[in-house]
Write a protein that binds this ligand. Structure first.
Ligand code: HEM
Length: 540
């Protein structure tokens, strides 16, 4: 649905209608600030919609919408729906100057200019070139888990064919977080940060990234606060900028290495021939600097690097943890996932040092439809980003459906992926249930609502395509339009490969299936856990 052209008189009338219609009045941005500090904004948004309907006022100039039909309008690619002042706090300060990044930029022209030199590196083809880095990190994750929780095979103690018991319980989620951070270090700088090897957050950076998210999510509700704190030119108090510390350090190291011996510089033919490592993101960004000197300077390279850290590691960890948590605790799902993944993969995946087949091969051939369904369902139930993604209404206003009125230009409107994921109009009365089958074709061996419905309830191909389209159209997990997530392919590659590897190699169970996990919404919907027990896969 596109926005209608509205005359100024109509707009005045619309404004009155607007004021009269909306419930859930909020005269100050402070309550959003408060709930962001509390970490329950996703639930507050959801309950508000359950109580007041699809349009809720959440501040003097803010409207929160639960209208999937408007996603294509509000998150369009036409450059008219600008990101609001919510975003600039995510910029960093370097050498006393504010450095914008692809996430924080508001101006569409500047954003397009900054995105052009690097977009191809985040395409599926670009990301596949980084797959060896992901594989290497998955191997390291497995090695560390085995050393710590599955020491040498004992055999013959009556505990099954491999003779192995389940380990004591531990927080697998923390290992997943260390895995995604090490992947980001590896693909960005060609070097793990070292969390997996250390088995802990040895430099406090993972903790710092959580605190950075807490800071950003809350000051972004009252953006001038950030200008007093992080962006204060006189007395800066590090906010988002603190996250840049390790990035700058690695950047300096890599600049120095490139200067000293040309190591791993893809433009140095001798060095390129001597290394089997594919170029990492820093190589690619430095190449962008050479190719587009008018757009990319050294600060810009830091902007690109910082976004990988800021947007790429925690979101991916959240997704993987959600997949494991929901699949393990929902009756019937884990055994089905295990059967389908193990059937699709070569048995050698369970062996030492192995990771599943190339990502493109697995997904293109749709060899693991149930894993695909589980991932999509986990992202619906627990999206990595669970706050409203706000945009300014452009000059011609926004007509709401169902006679709800016209929203005046300049109003901040947006939708929350978490709320959209529970919209009963799209997902049905079981929207709160984790049911991967909803992503599959009913009646084809894996997709029926109830087993007994299978025979009479075969879904046609067209029917399934239409249903899938409706679900895809309501999905804001990765944002949409010109500001859609740049790292979607990269994130999903990491999710699929690590989950498939864990399922293929190990038996897993939750320590306490009845226990709900700890969740906190600070833009990212981060969790603690899942706490699991693990053992090597049993044969037979
Ligand atoms: C499963 C993992 C991920 C999820 C769920 C996710 C989610 C999102 C969402 C919802 C947005 C839109 C935010 C908005 O409109 O306010 C976004 C933007 C973005 N994401 Fe991701 N993300 C993931 C992984 C990644 C990775 C791995 C990277 C890069 C290494 C990345 C880089 C970005 C960037 C650069 C943007 C801003 C795009 C722009 O405005 O042009 N993301 N992400």
């Amino acid at each position: 649905m596109s926005s209608p052209v509205v005359s100024s008189n109509t707009l005045l009338g619309a404004l009155v209608l607007f004021i009269a219609t909306y419930v859930g009045w909020r005269w100050t941005n402070l309550w959003r600030f408060y709930h962001t500090l509390r970490g329950d904004m996703h639930l507050v948004n959801l309950r508000a919609h359950q109580k007041y309907g699809p349009v809720v006022r959440t501040g003097p100039n803010h409207l929160d919408l639960d209208l999937p039909g408007l996603i294509k309008t509000v998150y369009s690619s036409d450059g008219r729906w600008r990101k609001t002042d919510f975003y600039p706090p995510a910029s960093n300060v370097m050498d006393g100057r504010v450095v914008d990044n692809l996430f924080s930029l508001q101006d569409p022209a500047q954003h397009a200019r900054q995105k052009r030199p690097v977009a191809k590196h985040y395409s599926l083809a670009g990301v596949l070139s980084l797959e060896p880095y992901v594989d290497e990190t998955i191997r390291l994750l497995c090695r560390m888990l085995e050393e710590r929780y599955m020491p040498a095979r004992s055999g013959g103690d009556g505990e099954g064919e491999t003779g192995e018991r389940f380990s004591p319980g531990f927080d697998l989620g923390q290992w997943i977080k260390m895995y995604t951070w090490d992947v980001i270090g590896q693909i960005t700088f060609g070097k793990h940060f070292g969390y997996l090897r250390a088995g802990r957050d040895f430099d406090g950076h993972l903790w710092l990234s959580d605190k950075g998210a807490d800071y950003l999510a809350s000051v972004s509700q009252i953006p001038w606060l950030d200008r007093l704190i992080d962006k204060n030119p006189l007395f800066p108090v590090a906010g988002a900028t603190a996250l840049l510390g390790p990035t700058l350090q690695y950047l300096e190291e890599r600049y120095a290495a490139a200067r000293d011996d040309g190591h791993h510089n893809p433009h140095d033919d001798a060095a390129a021939a001597a290394t089997t490592q594919p170029p990492d993101f820093l190589d690619k960004f430095l190449e962008a600097q050479r190719e587009h000197p008018d757009v990319v300077d050294r600060r810009q390279v830091v902007g690109y690097l910082s976004i990988n850290m800021l947007a790429g590691a925690d979101t991916t960890a959240i997704a993987i943890k959600a997949v494991l948590y929901y699949a393990l605790r929902t009756p019937g799902v884990w055994p089905k996932l295990v059967t389908s993944v193990r059937a699709a993969l070569d048995d050698s995946t369970a062996e030492e040092e192995a990771v599943p087949s190339p990502y493109a091969e697995l997904r293109a051939a749709n060899r693991m439809p149930y894993l695909e369904a589980v991932v999509r369902e986990a992202l619906r139930m627990h999206p990595g980003v669970a706050m409203v993604l706000p945009r300014y209404v452009p000059a011609d206003g926004l007509e709401l459906p169902g006679g709800l009125g016209v929203v005046p230009p300049g109003t901040s409107v947006g939708m929350n992926p978490y709320v959209l994921g529970r919209n009963r109009g799209v997902w049905g009365p079981d929207a709160d249930e984790f049911r991967p089958e909803r992503w599959l074709r009913y009646g084809h061996g894996h997709g029926q609502k109830e087993e007994e419905e299978e025979a009479e309830d075969e879904e046609t191909e067209e029917g399934y395509a239409a249903r899938l389209r409706a679900m895809n159209n309501a999905d804001l997990t990765f944002g949409a339009g010109s500001r859609v997530c740049l790292g979607k392919h990269l994130g999903l590659l990491q999710v699929y490969k690590v989950v498939a590897t864990l399922v293929a190699r190990y038996d897993l169970e939750l320590v306490d299936p009845a226990k709900n996990w700890w969740v906190r919404c600070a833009f990212f919907l981060r969790q603690r856990g899942p706490d699991v027990r693990i053992r090597r896969r049993r044969r037979g």
